[in-house]
Every structure is written in C-alpha cells, then in structure tokens.
Design a protein around this ligand. Sequence first.
Ligand code: SAH
Length: 352
Amino acid sequence: MIVRTEKPNIRGFSKDQLKAFFVEKGEKAFRADQVYQWVWQKSAASFQEMTNISKELRTFLEQHFEIHKIKIASSQRSKDGTIKVAFELHDGKLVEGVLIPAGDRMTACISSQVGCSLDCKFCATARLKMMRNLTPDEIYDQVVAINKLAIDTYGIPLTNIVYMGMGEPLLNYKNVMTSIQMITSPEGLGMSPRRITLSTSGIAKMIRKMGDDQVKFNLALSLHVANNEKRTRLMSINQSNPLEELADALKYFYEKTGTRVTYEYIIFRDFNDEIQDARELAEFCKHIPCKVNIIEYNPIDDGFFQQASKQKTDAFIRFLESKGIIVNVRRSRGKDIDAACGQLANKVVQQA
Ligand code: SAH
C-alpha cells in the first residue's frame, strides 16, 4: 500500500507556531526566527539555501516541511508597458497579476482568489468558477515577483499595491489580512500600508470588520452605480448588501480608521452615464469623505456593455466636480493583452 504523506507548507505557520515546534524538537527557539526570515524576507525556495543553520537541521526541516512558492508560468507585455503575469501555484492552479508602470509609479495589481464566486455582469473573472482562496504566501509572492519584474524591467521598485486582480478579497479575509501584515512588516517587505489599496464589491459585514481591526491601508468600493435597482442588475451581491447597508458600514469604517474611501465607478453607455446617475452618486458621496475614480469600461467578449461616450463622461465628471467631489479618471492600461481591470480570466491558459 502506498501511503501518500503530504508535508505541510512551512509558510503556513506563524513565527510562534514555528518556535513551539522547534522547542519541542529540542532546538533553540531563535532558529525559528532564522527560518522565518528565510521563507519570507529572503524568499528562500529550498531549505538547503539556509546557510546560517546546520546541515542536520536543514535536512530535518526538509523531512517535515515543504516550501510553497509560486512560479511565473507566462508573461505578456502591452504596448503601454503594462505587464501581465500568469502565476502557477503549487497545485498547478493559475492566477494573474499585473505590473502597471506610470512614470515613477509602479503599481502591482494582485489576485486574492483563484476564480471568483461573484457574478458581476461586466467582469471577465466572474466567468471562471470560484476554485479556492489564495494563501497568504501566494498573495505575498505575487508582490515579490512583480517587484522583481519592476526592478528588472524599469529599474524602479514597486510603489503601490492594489488588491484588484482576480477574486473578492473580503471573502478571503483572514488570508488577505495576513498577506498585508507580511507585506507591511519589517519581517516581510516593509512597505507602507498607505501604499496598499483593497478593492471590494461591497460586503458590509467585512467592511465593519476592517473598521474593528483598524486597518491602515486604503479601501476602494466598486460602486459603479448609486441606485439599488440598477446596482443589483450589475452585481447580484447588492441584493444582500444594498446601498443603505454599505453606507452604514462605510460610516463605521470611517469613524474607526479616519481613512477616506475611494468609489470606483465604471461608466457604461446608456446605463449609468446620465446626469441623474451623477446626481445619485453625488448623494451617496455625502455619507463620508471620499473620492471618485471614474473607470473606463474595458469590454469583455460578450459586447453586452459598451464604453460611454467622451461627451457624456466629461459632463458626468463636470457635474460631480461642481458638487465639490474629488474625481480621478482611470484610463485603462494593458487592454491589448487583456490585462486591464475585469479582463483577468486566464485566457492564455484557456486557449492552450
Ligand atoms: N472583487 C473586487 C476586486 C476585483 S475587481 C472588487 O469588486 O472590487 C477590481 C476593479 O475592476 C473593480 O472596481 C471592478 O469593478 C473593476 N472591473 C471589473 N471588470 C471591469 C471591466 N470590464 N472594465 C473596467 N473595470 C472593471
């Protein structure tokens, strides 16, 4: 009989858990610090690299643990410099991440789940079924890999990280929070939480939880339309998390964190591009200090939605600005390689 023994991923253990394990095995607790540093800060791929610990201990660890690391399966570079990467996970599953260069600003857009359980009508990732949550190390590794790509390609390290790739980060709350903790910790990448933005489709309960946890990173809400009937048509998550509940949760979040929230608004032709829509959005903006990111729609294959005209978009923005709202326009990047918002769907792999 073949007994298949799967060794646990050492990166799934906290430092305290590792310490307890080491002490129980008769090793000094500080060895755990060293190993922890190797698997996170130094991104070691094997125990044999851990040159400051004895050969015996390295072999012992090899017998008990694996080190999961993600691999770059393929990458594509857009005309505008955006680079999309397909990452292969230890179980062969794939997720995508994107490097978006803009002058001195280097942004990594990373995934939090393999596939997505939501069914937002305009998003390509929604066409994939939800397969599983990413672990903290799988999320962290995307940042490490994209940072390396930024340095190798453009000579500039990452300046910003957005959780806007595949998946709904608030439905993988614990792992996403641990990944952010490691990205911001001096024991990990030591990045400032102010440079991180988590984007959510709007899960009221978890927005409150972020308030309770007094998170220090930025929050973006994929609002897209400030009218319940229309929003439910776009995003069925709005049925269980209607605008009134989101507004209450956002007020709570703001009270606890003092952080201004960004509302993302994809402007669709003949759906949410009228002044009446802008008026409803301006009303919603009264709840808490916020700003609005107008996002150009990136068509996905079905042709159901279309981009709003420039004229309508300009009038929409002018109206918001006349109400004193801060508005940014996010032009899409990497469209030619399906790397833009909502286009991440493992196309390369599906076609293969
Ligand atoms: N699930 C999270 C994060 C992933 S989506 C969320 O919903 O926020 C990241 C951003 O891309 C969201 O604002 C989303 O609404 C937007 N997006 C999705 N599909 C898009 C498309 N086809 N064109 C432009 N933006 C899109």
